[in-house]
Design a protein around this ligand. Sequence first.
Ligand code: SF4
Length: 184
Amino acid sequence: MRKDISAMDEETLAVRLQEIGFACTRCGECCRAGPGDNNLVMVSPVEIQQISTHYDLRQEEIAEPYPEHVELPGGIVVTLGWVLQRTCGDCRFYREGACQVYAARPWICRTYPFMLDGNELLTSPCRGIGEVITKEDALVLARDLLLRRDAEQEEEEKIRQALSRSLPGGEGRLIVDSEGVKMV
Ligand code: SF4
């Protein structure tokens, strides 16, 4: 479902969110295995660091390379960005019906089932759609959606800049993220 937000600001967005309605039913479906890769949670280096700091975890315990990649001539494999690790298709942090990294969960988790594509509000399927959301909660969600959009745009721009520089040659796997090019 798409809704245009012409005058994009927190208040306007909050009104739209109240019109649609949303309350988390704690079903956990967005954290567990679903069809295909629809529960992939992309995370930036900043978000990985936040989880790492908050929960004293190493990066290798939090994220893995995005599953899709391109293979360049010469045998080098390039992946753009990271996703939260999954166990049997479920987010590895979803245990006993709860998020184990809730206080530092990524933007995608904070704002699901919504996202902004420019000024368009997109809504993903979710059992909680249509439930009552208070003005206060709608404002918090609106603010998070706008912050997420800004963070994603910044991440994309930094990845574009990293890709505009020449990639190292040789065989191996490269991850390109907002911090640059990393060989893993
Ligand atoms: S980090 Fe938490 S909220 Fe996000 S998918 Fe994993 S368990 Fe769910």
